[in-house]
Design a protein around this ligand. Structure first.
Ligand code: PLP
Length: 448
């Protein structure tokens, strides 16, 4: 029994009967009751601890139940739980000033939302209002959120459920940057990063393009790190063609890749930076659409036609202030960068050992282990079509075995995402990777 007066069985039963499980068939949903969490661990109703090897949905960057962040929420509730967004609050002023310290220089006007998808919706509207143009160029193998605009701009198959009726107007898809499985069948570096050039070809042939929307490192779809030339080249293309660059840093922000924001790896400043998740370490729902001064200035004498009841909600902003202070105090961005070579060497050794691993790739504490049936053909074990047909996925079977061993990992179609809280220790990294090592034989024996 817990403070809610229910057993784990009752909690799971009520959850299944009265709630929707996301991105899945409902019948097979059998959620584990999570009762507590602490640092790099989640704890089930029976008290069993699981290493949180993907920070839940790649969002609990500080680790669970950081006392400073928890206290900031309680303190804000006592001080001022809510004021409508038209008023000025000390919490918004403090956070906005602090954001100037951590965001790329020149990004200095903020609109707060309560999710990543809403922050993207704001970005699209701002880009369209500012440029007076309508089209957004997004890329295949991307995810930008589940609401109408963001899902329409999502290149991965999660968009399909919305089509044909739900497809938003004004989104066109270009090639993803994916050197392991290049959609143009090119080889880097001989290709000269033609995938960026093709975006320019699209801009010129589409006309009416407001913005190019990109995850700096593609997240859910496999931690796809672009070659170093890609972002500087694309920045130049956007500038030369009068098109805005929107960086979706919902997953890659907040130290995850060893920089505060992933665009910093390539010294590129987007016109609009969208983020969420790690901004509060996910303790409360907060998203941010941050723009350049030039865009901010435009709205001085143009109507800003956007808003939410919960925009800049004080309860969501206070923990962001605390999160930034804690990240600075614990030096977590550098820590993610420093641990990267250790993770990389461990994962490269894992690849040597297991023929089912096609590629390992990543940056900072953000890595993918990509499983293939055959290294020559790079054929994955499963596809998204298997997922939506309800077929059991091999990665889910392996993740299930790891969970039984006390390691929680995110699996997606045919790869794993390793993204532990940035406070993770080397011993915890060893433990998570060892658990994967132990169960990869399930995949190795299915290789052809
Ligand atoms: N953009 C990216 C890159 C994401 O990874 C996600 C969520 O995983 C989103 C947007 C949507 O964020 P949210 O789930 O908070 O709406």
């Amino acid at each position: 029994q817990n403070m809610h007066g229910m057993t784990s069985e009752e909690i799971v039963d009520l959850t299944r009967r009265l709630n929707y499980g996301t991105w899945r068939f409902q019948k097979s949903w059998n959620p584990v009751h999570i009762a507590d969490a602490e640092d790099c661990y989640i704890i089930d109703g029976a008290g069993k601890r699981y290493l949180d090897f993907s920070s839940q949905l790649m969002c609990v960057n500080l680790g669970h139940k950081n006392p400073v962040v928890v206290e900031s929420i309680a303190q804000q509730a006592r001080e001022l739980p809510y004021a409508m967004p038209g008023y000025a609050t000390a919490t918004r002023a403090e956070l906005s000033k602090l954001l100037l310290e951590v965001l790329p220089e020149g990004i200095n006007k903020f609109f707060f939302t309560t999710s990543g998808t809403e922050a993207n919706e704001a970005a699209f509207k701002i880009a369209r209002m500012y440029t007076g143009k309508s089209k957004i160029i997004a890329r295949y193998r991307s995810y930008h959120g589940s609401t109408s605009g963001s899902i329409a701009a999502t290149g991965d198959p999660r968009r399909w459920a919305m089509e044909p009726g739900g497809k938003g107007p004004g989104v066109v898809f270009g090639p993803e940057v994916n050197c392991y499985r290049c959609p143009m069948k090119h080889t880097y570096p001989q290709c000269g990063v033609a995938c960026a050039d093709y975006i320019e070809h699209m801009i010129r042939n589409e006309s009416d393009v407001a913005a190019v929307l990109l995850e700096p490192i593609v997240g859910t779809n496999g931690v796809l790190v672009p070659p170093d030339e890609y972002f500087p080249k694309l920045r130049k293309i956007c500038d030369e063609n009068g098109v805005l660059m929107i960086a979706d840093e919902v997953m890659t922000g907040w130290g995850r890749t060893g920089k505060w924001f992933a665009v910093e790896h390539w010294g590129v400043t987007p016109d609009i930076l969208v983020t969420a998740k790690g901004i509060t370490s996910a303790y409360v729902p907060l998203g941010l659409c941050a723009t350049s001064e030039k865009i901010g200035d435009f709205f001085l004498d143009h109507y800003f036609a956007h808003g939410h009841t919960y925009e800049a909600h004080p309860m969501t902003l206070a923990p962001a202030v605390a999160t930034i202070h804690e990240m600075q105090r614990l030096n977590l961005v550098d820590r993610a960068a420093e641990l990267a070579p250790y993770v990389e060497s461990k994962l490269r050794a894992l690849k040597e050992k297991h023929r089912s691993i096609g590629e390992v790739r990543g940056k900072g504490l953000f890595w993918a282990v990509d499983l293939v049936k055959n290294r020559e053909t790079k054929e994955p074990f499963n596809t998204y079509t298997d997922k939506v047909s309800g077929a059991p996925l091999l990665v889910d079977q392996i993740a299930g075995k790891m969970f039984a061993d006390g390691v929680a990992i995110q699996a997606w179609v045919s790869h794993f995402v390793i993204a532990p809280p940035l406070i993770v220790t080397k011993e915890e990294l060893d433990r998570g990777i060892d658990a994967l090592d132990k169960h990869l034989s399930l995949a190795d024996e299915k290789c052809v």
